[in-house]
Write a protein of this length. Structure first.
Length: 114
């Protein structure tokens, strides 16, 4: 990765910061252990929009990495206990396809610059 570029998981933090900010009332902040019902509708819709965008990625491995990067955003939609239960019920892929070239491919969520 080039100097100054951010990894995909850093992009996940940027997405979370954006949807978290949209979920707050102007001039107020969400408390540390906020409930999903306290999040403004704009924040919920923005979060759902991100998950719809990720669902449109057709290739399995990049989609998997991007979903992992924005997994924290589920916090705005569901209570933590339900998130844990949903993650445990997810079927894990048995065999991820092997790329013909073993070098890692750049992800679309890398961000260069400031």
């Amino acid at each position: 990765m080039r100097p100054g570029c951010r990894a995909p998981w850093d992009a996940g933090e940027l997405v979370y910061a954006r949807v978290h900010a949209k979920g707050q009332a102007p001039g107020k902040t969400l408390r540390e252990g906020f409930a999903p019902g306290e999040v403004l509708e704009e924040g919920v819709e923005t979060t759902k929009n991100w998950f719809y965008k990720v669902a449109s990625i057709r290739e399995l491995v990049p989609r998997f990495y991007v979903e992992l990067a924005i997994l924290k955003c589920y916090r705005l939609l569901l209570p933590p206990a339900q998130i844990v239960a949903n993650v445990r019920r997810m079927p894990l892929p048995r065999d991820l396809p092997q790329a013909p070239n073993p070098k890692p491919k750049p992800c679309a969520l890398t961000r260069c610059g400031g």
